[in-house]
Design a protein. Structure first.
Lengths: 359, 529
């Protein structure tokens, strides 16, 4: 009856599953504080700046949550593809593609004249499709000529990011009209009708409706992965392609669709970031989100709950880190080191828990 | 007949135990091996033979008990310690570099500083002559037969002048003639004073060479014999806990008790069992001029043509690596033939996808049940329905209750032993995994043809019997069966007709009877009979 024992962890096991990762984060933050002190920054100032930036005001909380929502979308896509043993590292380019298409539709595609909520929903769907197409290119390459998707998504990501640069640099593309030599290389602000509604406009908290969409899609992904035929196919293809092929499963189609979904979630993140927060397309708009989203997906260890938890963690961590850098003068390198420590310790604690469970 | 002799004890194993998780692989095993003795270690798969060998060779450490080698405490920390103490082992899987010559392979493990090829070559020649190991020192390993490669491994051990040589299932991969040669080598090595542990589950080999025998079952010593040749029946009973006389022919074939002795008896019950069945009907599988070349144009299959009829079991015999795997790969849709093709019920199937074959009623038990036959990390229930999962779709989701219900039916019908339908496939024993794969394929809707490759490899005797009973029952229901196996005795016991493959061609075809054995042996070795 060992199988049953594995299926139902004891209460103690549950507790350690919760406390070990929390402990890992705490240890990483303490290590980070030591580094901050070593860099000659006053600790209270740094901590205050971090708290202020992460959750110090309604505005800070909203910004952190918006960041978490974007990372959550990228992370959800990542775990879908990862079920099929595919690693999508091209989130950045897929976000860029989503942002480009969303901006183009909002500003010049006539989305603003669509009735009601369709004005902001249609550009979002288009952004998801754009990201999905960008992701599925890597899937097609893998099926047709066996290109490793880690390499192809990474290279496609560069293309996507530089396409974004091109779009905001040229007035014939998406750059705002040049009125003087100081006109920034970014697009016009998207029309109000195409902006994603805010959840709590009265609270002065910039939290857009993407949070609700994320929760709904997370539930959908959880059901699809665990209960649908497609979810089982993803697992079978990921765990044993030879057996999946022998069983008559459409391996090529599964791989392409999985990569499409991964890209579509990243593209959707791009659409929400643009239409919900930033409103104008800027050259560095997806910067860091692709890689953070990848890390969120990896730390989630394949579960939707894990994606939501690590997206929240990283949303607040990033916002606090940026504030620490801006207002307390902590070198950005140290902020990145702290984030690296969190990742390493979390991954290490997961490995440790796993090993202990088996022993 | 080997004589039992009282010699000085070389290796004393005293109460050795070893656990892997919850499984006690060895439990209080004690035995003694004398210098100059061939000690047979007998047991079914999973009885603990390989674990014991690995403890002696230092791969695993014992959890309990102690060993003494030549009177001194012996507790190897790894294979290097074992080799230094004079214990060498020939594994089931060889570790040779194909592109290098025999001498260079031997130099690999032992060279220090400069390579002394000529000295080594002379040493190889000397050992070859002393022990009757025909080997050409300059031959490239890749071009050698399996038997020759094994001889290289043995020479590799002998060059270290071991006191104890462990051979783990050395005869499983050999041709009948090569088995004779190997046993002769063992006798000569033992005569030189070296102790030999010969692991096997073939009784004929024990009868011929072993001075003493220890029988393991479920990790314990269940029988010993100082005169194994006279006590074969008692040893078999201990090994399988059943009487051989009452056992099915496939079971007797699996332990090889009939090997070249009273073989005719083995065929009789099969014919009796088949007597009530109508004679084979229409052709189900027709293979026509099938050819396959690899990317470099090297032919793997050439001009293979045969038929399998309704209700008939056709066996494919041959030494492994002569095209059987490739033939099954083509017939299961894993590989596209480069010439010719095959028909199922007169519909051309060449180069068709597995899905089409499944729809045409072709079930496949792949050679490697982990690689192609299952997804070990998924549940038993899912693996039992892997190729027909869409049948369980309801409201767009998979109906787990129906899936589990059908899995329970299959588990009952095929005697698959597991804690429940939702346990991971990987947690099942090898025999139950194979039964599950077979259950899935035999339960295909509209099954017409079953292609099974090495369905009993690595299984214990009881599972072998169950697998063949199911295959025989399917044939009696009218399913055409193509069965590839390197266990000739099993094929002779189960099949109606045999094809013998050699280097990608069908060398000959004959009835599956003991009288055909000399012809089959010649075909397996590449001689036209």
């Amino acid at each position: 009856m060992t199988a049953l024992a594995v299926a139902r962890p004891t209460l103690g096991a549950w507790r350690s599953e919760l406390w070990v990762p929390v402990g890992a984060v705490v240890v990483a933050l303490l290590g980070g504080l030591a580094l901050v002190a070593a860099a000659g920054v006053s600790l209270p100032a740094a901590v205050a700046a971090f708290a202020d930036g992460a959750w110090g005001s309604a505005y800070a909380v909203g910004a952190s949550l918006n960041r978490a929502v974007a990372l959550g979308f990228v992370g959800l896509g990542f775990i879908v593809a990862h079920r099929a043993n595919l690693t999508n590292v091209g989130g950045e380019g897929q976000i860029a593609m989503g942002g480009i298409v969303s901006t183009a539709l909002c500003l010049y595609g006539g989305a603003a004249s669509l009735p009601g909520p369709l004005a902001w929903i249609v550009p979002l769907v288009a952004a998801a499709i754009a990201g999905g197409v960008w992701g599925s290119i890597a899937g097609v390459l893998k099926v047709r000529i066996g290109t490793n998707e880690v390499i192809s998504t990474l290279l496609l990501s560069f293309i996507g990011v530089w396409a974004l640069y091109g779009c905001v640099q040229s007035t014939r593309l998406l750059r705002q009209p040049m009125t003087d030599s100081a006109t920034l290389p970014e697009s016009l602000e998207v029309p109000a009708a195409t902006q994603v509604p805010q959840i709590a406009p009265s609270l002065d908290m910039p939290l857009h409706a993407g949070a609700i969409v994320l929760v709904l899609l997370a539930a959908l992904v959880a059901v699809v992965l665990a209960r649908s035929l497609f979810g089982l196919r993803l697992r079978a293809v990921g765990l044993n392609p030879a057996a999946a092929r022998r069983a008559g499963m459409p391996i090529g189609a599964t791989v392409v669709v999985a990569m499409f979904i991964a890209g579509a979630f990243a593209g959707l993140a791009g659409g929400f970031m643009l239409q919900g927060e930033q409103l104008a397309l800027k050259a560095r708009f997806p910067s860091g989100y692709g890689i953070d989203g990848l890390v969120v997906g990896l730390l989630a260890r394949g579960t939707v709950k894990g994606v939501l938890a690590s997206a929240l963690l990283f949303g607040f961590l990033r916002s606090g880190g940026i504030a620490m850098e801006l207002s307390a003068g902590v070198p950005s390198a140290i902020v990145l080191v702290i984030q690296g420590l969190v990742i390493l310790l979390l991954a290490g604690s997961a490995w440790w828990l796993h090993r202990r469970k088996r022993a | 007949m080997p004589e039992a002799a009282a010699r000085e004890t070389l290796l004393a194993i005293d109460g050795v135990g070893k656990r892997f998780g919850d499984l006690a692989a060895l439990d209080g095993v004690s035995l003694e091996i004398a210098a100059g003795e061939i000690h047979g270690l007998l047991g079914e798969n999973g009885a603990g033979k390989s674990t014991l060998c690995n403890i002696v060779f230092g791969v695993h450490r014992a959890d309990a008990g102690a060993m003494r080698l030549g009177g001194a405490p012996y507790r190897p920390g790894g294979p290097a310690d074992a080799l230094a103490a004079g214990v060498a082992m020939v594994h089931q899987h060889f570790s040779l570099v194909g592109d290098l010559s025999v001498v260079d392979n031997l130099l690999l493990g032992q060279a220090r500083g400069f390579l002394r090829r000529s000295e080594f070559a002379a040493e190889v020649a000397r050992l070859s002559e002393t022990f009757g190991l025909a080997l050409r020192p300059q031959a490239i390993v890749q071009e050698l037969s399996v038997g020759e490669r094994q001889r290289v491994e043995i020479v590799k051990c002998l060059m270290r002048r071991p006191r104890l040589l462990v051979l783990d299932e050395p005869t499983a991969v050999l041709l009948p003639d090569e088995i004779d040669g190997l046993l002769r080598v063992c006798e000569r090595v033992a005569a030189s004073g070296c102790g030999i542990v010969l692991v096997t589950h073939k009784l004929a080999e024990i009868r011929r060479t072993a001075h003493r025998v220890t029988v393991l079952r479920h990790g314990r010593v269940v029988a010993r014999s100082d005169a194994p040749a006279d006590e074969i029946d008692r040893l078999v009973r201990a090994m399988i806990q059943r009487d051989l006389a009452g056992a099915a022919p496939a079971l007797r074939a699996a332990v090889g008790s009939d090997l070249r002795t009273n073989g005719a008896a083995a065929a009789a019950p099969k014919d009796a069992g088949a007597a009530g069945v109508e004679p084979p009907g229409e052709v189900v599988l027709r293979v026509e001029g099938l050819g396959l070349r690899d990317a470099d144009g090297v032919p793997l299959l050439e001009g293979v043509a045969f038929t399998v009829r309704r209700g008939e079991i056709v066996g494919i015999a041959g030494v492994e690596g002569n095209g059987q795997s490739e033939l099954v790969a083509v017939l299961s849709g894993a590989t596209a033939a480069t010439a010719g093709g095959f028909r199922v019920d007169d519909a051309p199937m060449s180069d068709h996808a597995p899905k089409t074959l499944t729809a045409a009623g072709v079930g496949v038990v792949p050679e490697d049940r982990h690689r192609e036959g299952s997804v070990p990390a998924m549940s038993l229930a899912l693996n039992l329905a892997l190729s027909t999962l869409q049948r369980f779709r309801r409201w767009g989701l998979v109906d787990r209750a129906a899936l589990a219900g059908e899995a329970r039916d299959r588990m009952r019908a095929f005697d698959i032993r597991a804690a429940g339908p939702d346990v991971p496939f990987a947690s099942l024993s090898g025999g139950n995994q194979q039964k599950a794969v077979l259950a899935r394929e035999l339960s295909l809707p509209g099954l017409r043809l079953l292609v099974a490759a090495q369905p009993t490899r690595g299984l214990d005797v009881g599972a072998v019997e169950a697998i063949y009973a199911q295959i025989r029952a399917a044939a009696d229901r009218g399913v055409a069966v193509l069965l590839a196996s390197s266990e000739l005795d099993e094929l002779l016991a189960v099949a109606d007709r045999l094809l013998v493959m050699y280097r990608g061609r069908v060398m000959g075809e004959c009835a599956a009877s003991q009288e055909s054995r000399p012809r089959i042996g010649a075909w397996m070795a590449g001689h036209a009979a």
